[in-house]
Design a protein. Structure first.
Length: 362
């Protein structure tokens, strides 16, 4: 931890129409505290982005807020968290505001982020865009973070997305990955906002490890001779395995001709197979990677497999020579994944090619 994060004042329940006024009061109170402190410094109001978050329940909302708070020191934001209780029969909309401030442990300027929480019940969920959009700060980028599932068919999505620069999904939460990836691919290609995926961020260490295997000049020709790939994941959603397959196949310019739950087949005879490891370690999240195994037409093999304690092993059998190396792997936190996405406004052609292939659109 490089900073200490605390609420500047108790969370205030407010009338939704008074949110801006209440936030200004919180900033004034925090400024007075700063002026009365030993340093006697004034408080600078710095907000780098709008982060609009859609949560299906309070548990998801609490996890998201913890990640936003963790990023306050380097990415102070106006976060607007929408908690949607779709099962409620009575309509209702309640709001709370707060400031969360962070001070570097080694000393330095105190930085604060704004948090607005709106809890909407039943039919009032449809009113959220009309309440949220006027609260967006101008001259800073706006992100829509959809915590769970596919947002594209939700009745409030279209009204929200026109005001945002980037939509952040989490494909590991997709309930119908084939359909949901197809929707994501269409909106990434034609929608008003850039689409990205925290599942893509989760795969960064695995993409890097596989790329490193073929970095040496003498290893690169084997890429063109790959024939069979086997992806092993812990039991759960296939989304990460499919996303990795889409990345690998699109980078190698393989053309998908058929796909089922176990296998992708390509024009050149290559296959990517999916298998589940139900005996994975107990602390591994469902759907996460266990291993990647690649084989060429002349039976050279390349494998990267997960080991305990943030390590992986790479095994190569090429031309009768076998090698094995254990390498450290950095698995980032959810806050790291989110922070990385909040730093980007450009499209990722590589990600879009991967989801297009999964959707059989490429």
């Amino acid at each position: 931890m490089d900073s200490s994060v605390t609420p500047s004042a108790p969370v205030r329940r407010v009338d939704p129409s008074a949110i801006e006024r209440e936030l200004s009061a919180l900033w004034m109170a925090e400024g007075e505290v700063r002026k009365q402190s030993a340093e006697g410094k004034t408080l600078t109001r710095t907000v780098l982005l709008n982060l609009v978050i859609f949560a299906p329940d309070q548990a998801a909302a609490d996890r998201a807020l913890a990640q936003v708070v963790a990023l306050t020191g380097r990415q102070p934001s106006r976060s607007i968290l929408m908690v949607a209780d779709e099962r409620a029969s009575d309509a209702g909309l309640e709001a709370w505001v707060s400031l969360f401030c962070t001070t570097p442990l080694g000393g330095g300027e105190r930085v604060c982020g704004e948090q607005i929480v709106m809890e909407a019940k039943g039919p009032a969920i449809l009113d959220l865009p009309g309440t949220v959009l006027p609260l967006l700060l101008t001259n800073v980028p706006t992100f829509l973070w959809w915590l769970v599932g596919n947002p594209f068919a939700h009745p409030i999505y279209e009204n929200l997305v026109r005001a945002v620069d980037r939509v952040i999904l989490d494909s590991l939460t997709f309930t119908q990955p084939q359909t949901d990836f197809a929707d994501a691919a269409r909106h990434a290609a034609d929608g008003p906002a850039i689409v990205t995926d925290l599942g893509w961020a989760r795969l960064a260490p695995w993409r890097s490890l596989i790329a490193q295997v073929f970095d040496p000049r003498g290893m690169r020709p084997y890429l063109n001779d790959l024939e069979r790939v086997r992806l092993t994941t812990y039991t759960g959603s296939p989304a990460l395995a499919w996303l990795f397959a889409g990345w690998l196949a699109s980078r190698l310019d393989w053309r998908l001709i058929s796909q089922d739950a176990q296998t992708m087949r390509f024009e050149g005879g290559q296959t990517i197979e999916f298998e589940r490891d139900s005996a994975g370690e107990a602390d591994r999240a469902p759907g996460y990677f266990a291993a990647v195994h690649l084989r060429t037409r002349d039976s050279a093999t390349f494998e990267v497999a997960r080991l305990p304690k943030a390590c992986a092993v790479t095994r190569l059998n090429v031309g009768g020579m076998q090698t094995e190396h254990v390498v450290p792997v950095r698995y980032d936190t959810p806050a790291d994944w989110l922070g990385r996405e909040l730093n980007r406004l450009a499209r990722s052609a590589t990600f879009e090619a991967a989801i297009s292939l999964i959707s059989n659109l490429g």
